[in-house]
Design a protein around this ligand. Structure first.
Ligand code: DGL
Length: 271
């Protein structure tokens, strides 16, 4: 295949990375995309770091075997845990996520910022460095959100349990005076409306999917890998989880039907 017609590979522990895929699709509608939802092993947020690293290596290899021209790690937890290993191991462009601490610090007026993310992201060295680098005159309150990714993976985007969890995790940030909340996990933009209902209209929300899509666009442009085509792009979704269950959820998130295929050619630690 002509090198700029090759697809872009995107992966996440589950459906969360679709929030990033949507931004990529919006910015580069003619790019062919392969998405992997590693739903059989979600959440990554509380798994051992070695396990996540191995999954990231295996999923990246699997996408490379499909001939992708670039990879987007559409998962903050995977980035925080494995990005250095991936960049040492593989030479193709790898674009990654980072909680939007920097834009939040520019946006806050109270000088207090809240970050919602997974336990693994918040306890990572990468996140500690991010805070040291940018959060000098601002108070950053970090809130892990155990159980929230599981609700989203189960398609419970609007349930009462999900609303209660959002309330439980947002309350300490609001009580501390945060006026800006960072969604530091790619699953959370999928429940942005529900989060807004809980926190109210005066609090700003920062998510980084659009910035990652722009970064991908810059890198593909620099490397002359952008597709030049007016054809309808192909979009394929693979999952290590139950494809029949994921099909309606992925289609609902994307607002269009997308077939979900079994993930082939990737080692399965359950076997
Ligand atoms: N979507 C992910 C993230 O951005 C992973 C969440 C999880 O699997 O715990 O962190």
């Amino acid at each position: 295949m002509q090198s700029n017609h090759r697809p872009i590979g995107i992966f996440d522990s589950g459906v969360g990375g679709l929030s990033v895929l949507k931004e990529i699709q919006r910015l580069m509608p003619h790019e062919n995309l392969i998405y992997i939802a590693d739903s059989a092993f979600a959440p990554y947020g509380n798994k051992p770091l070695e396990f996540i690293q191995q999954r990231c290596l295996d999923l990246t290899q699997c996408l490379i075997d499909q001939g992708v021209k670039a990879i987007v790690v559409a998962c903050n937890t995977a980035t925080a845990t494995a990005i250095s290993t991936l960049r040492i191991q593989f030479t193709l462009p790898i674009i990654a996520m980072e909680p939007g601490v920097k834009p939040a610090i520019t946006a806050t007026k109270t000088g207090i910022v809240g970050v919602l993310a997974t336990e693994n992201t918040l306890s990572s060295d990468q996140f500690t460095h991010l805070l040291h680098r940018y959060a000098k005159n601002v108070k950053v309150i970090c809130q892990p959100c155990p159980g929230l990714v599981e609700q989203i993976e189960a398609g419970e985007l609007e349930s009462e349990t999900t609303r209660q969890l959002i309330k439980q995790f947002a309350t300490p940030l609001l009580s501390a005076g945060a006026d800006t909340i960072v969604l530091g996990c790619t699953h959370y933009p999928l429940i942005r409306k529900q989060i807004e209902q809980v926190i109210g209209p005066t609090i700003s929300i920062i998510e980084t999917g659009a910035a990652v899509a722009q970064q991908l666009h810059r890198i593909l442009t620099d490397k002359q890998l952008l597709i030049h085509s007016s054809e309808v792009a192909s979009k394929t979704c693979w999952s290590s989880g139950d494809q029949t269950r994921l099909y309606p959820l992925c289609s609902r998130i994307l607002g269009q039907n997308i077939e979900v295929h079994p993930l082939f050619g990737c080692p399965n630690p359950q076997h």
